[in-house]
Design a protein around this ligand. Sequence first.
Ligand code: 5GP
Length: 203
Amino acid sequence: MRNQKGKLFVVSAPSGAGKTTLCNRLLGRFDTIGYSVSYTTRTPRHEETDTEDYYFVSEEEFKAMLDAGDFLEWAKVHNNYYGTSKSKVEEILSAGRDVLLDIDPKGARQLREQLDYGIYIFITAPSMNDLRTRLINRRTESEEIMKVRLDNAREEIKHFHEYDYVIVNNEINRATNELEAVYVAEHLRADRLDSIEDIMEVD
Ligand code: 5GP
């Protein structure tokens, strides 16, 4: 994955921060980004579709992929396994598109350690109370799982400083603008250019 043309955007957030909505808005606005659909052993939620939201697999299937070296990174999150497919990310990047990964801080750390590129974005809510309310209103998790997710949120937010950008989602339109601003700004970086002729005619 060294000669990739597209950029790698890595987004992490505690459960209930609104990351999925924000990522979907970014993907809806820019067709230059492809979303890398992860593999998970978690049970699908009502509104989720296999191959669109995740590839839902059994623990045996996941472990077989792990043994075969198919994952770019993987982690056990909230008692389930999640992993990013190496070949899917390569496919998107080599087509010259950017790739968006929605992964937890453990996975993000693995990527930072093995890749010398990538833009890391942390999204959070304005308060723990906000996360709690959003999780309750979402009604996708049992009380027990919700507690696990909130306990994990307290741990995850401690890692915000490992990211390049932090977005506080206190108002969805404003947070969307901020995420889009990061995306656009990353494409304006001078260090992405080999020469000025890439962007202007010089005589
Ligand atoms: P959820 O079960 O709410 O869809 O996701 C739970 C957590 O797993 C979220 O923090 C999400 O970012 C993370 N996650 C989803 N896919 C992956 C993946 O491929 N790798 C890693 N490390 N985390 C993932």
